[in-house]
Design a protein around this ligand. Structure first.
Ligand code: NAD
Length: 356
């Protein structure tokens, strides 16, 4: 075997995982030396405020329930003004990537510790990444200060995640791990997380679709999502994430759905230059029969994921604009990003043809 050298950065983050772990919240808040959390969530999950207030025996500083997709800075500023009128000594976010994003943005501006209760598979709670939008511009920064101090994964909270969202959010998570497998800063540690994360999600998501209330399938999917989030935290993303970022930023396409549609196509583009990764993936994605792209295509159709970018509202003339914007970015990908070839791939995803 050849000798290896790599860097590994671990964060000082505490994670509680399991069924009913939310019951430990009050003890955990106290262990961080905090007494008055400010609750953060979206309008759709506003009822979580009452539940958490009860679990915390009424010891909350207040609540802000207007977290929004892509973390717009005007919403953050509004939340910041509100936070200053309270005696909050920590931030407690409950929700998916949108809510976690607000928690990260506020913790960066206030220095308050951030506790996160994750309820989707997006994985933001594991990463030092914060993407904020201001005047339709999405600016992403990487700062270890935004990594939440404590993350709670209580499988009970994922039972209400609608099946459609579970499928697309699960594919979003898998994409983090797939791109980690061929990242230029991949390490043996990341590989372990990535393979197990992909395996856990690919094998549990069909079960979640059939029985969304199954604790066993939900638990496996959530564990997979955690591992995949770690992959995103520890590697530099390539073509798949860059393309999704452009699609989201330029056309405001929905985050998880876009990832779910693009993944098989972006992977098929890069496949010729990553034979070992494709072999590894074919072994862990069910029904691959030696071909991971086929396995992914089957998984995507079994999960009932929207089949095309067209179905998300993207117009044919946008293919050119998206290609232009992608080509303006500088990033590394195992297979060089050739304008014509990549545009053909984007067109396939737009049409909803099978990836190959
Ligand atoms: P989301 O947070 O926008 O959630 C989608 C909707 O589902 C919201 O209305 C939310 O309230 C609701 N919801 C969430 N969990 C639920 C549950 N268990 N039951 C019922 N409803 C629930 O979606 P997302 O895909 O988790 O996050 C997308 C955002 O996160 C994007 O802005 C993306 O850029 C960001 N993101 C950031 C990172 C990072 O590392 N910084 C990683 C992944 C995603």
């Amino acid at each position: 075997a050849e000798s290896r050298s790599f860097e590994y950065n671990e964060s000082s983050q505490r994670v509680l995982f399991g069924k009913d772990v939310l019951a430990k919240l009050a003890t955990e808040v106290a262990a961080l030396g905090c007494k008055a959390p400010l609750l953060l969530t979206t309008p759709q999950q506003a009822s979580a405020v009452q539940d958490l207030t009860q679990i915390l025996n009424g010891h909350v500083a207040g609540s802000f329930t207007r977290a929004t997709m892509h973390t717009p800075t005007d919403v953050t500023e509004e939340a910041l003004v509100y936070t200053k009128t309270t005696n909050a000594d920590c931030l407690l976010s409950i929700g998916g990537g949108s809510t976690v994003g607000l928690g990260k943005a506020l913790s960066l501006r206030t220095g308050l510790p951030h506790i996160c209760i994750a309820t989707t598979y997006a994985g933001s709670e594991m990463t030092p990444i914060l993407g904020e939008t201001n005047n339709q511009q999405k600016v992403t920064r990487v700062d270890r200060a935004v990594i939440p101090k404590l993350v709670i994964y209580d499988v009970n909270l994922t039972l209400s995640l609608p099946t459609g969202m579970s499928a697309t959010s699960g594919l979003n998570a898998m994409a983090h791990a797939v791109e980690a497998l061929y990242a230029k800063d991949m390490s043996p540690i990341v590989r372990i997380f990535a393979l197990e994360g992909i395996r856990a999600l690919a094998s549990s998501l069909p079960g979640v679709m059939e029985n969304s209330q199954s604790i066993a399938f939900r638990s496996e999917a959530l564990l997979g999502a955690w591992l995949c989030g770690k992959c995103l935290a520890m590697t530099t993303v390539a073509l798949h994430h860059k393309l999704c970022h452009v699609l989201g930023g330029t056309l405001n396409l929905p985050h998880a759905e876009t990832h779910a549609i693009v993944l098989p196509h972006a992977l098929a583009y890069t496949a010729p230059d990553i034979p070992q990764v494709m072999k590894d993936l074919a072994e862990i994605i069910p029904h691959s029969e030696g071909d991971a792209i086929q396995g992914l295509n089957r998984l995507v159709s079994k999960l009932g994921i929207p089949s095309s970018l067209k179905a998300l509202g993207m117009k044919e003339e946008d293919i050119e604009l998206v290609t232009d914007n992608l080509m303006m970015l500088t990033f590394w990908n195992p297979r060089a990003v050739n304008r014509n070839s990549v545009q053909k791939m984007i067109r396939r995803a737009w049409l909803g043809e099978q990836a190959r």
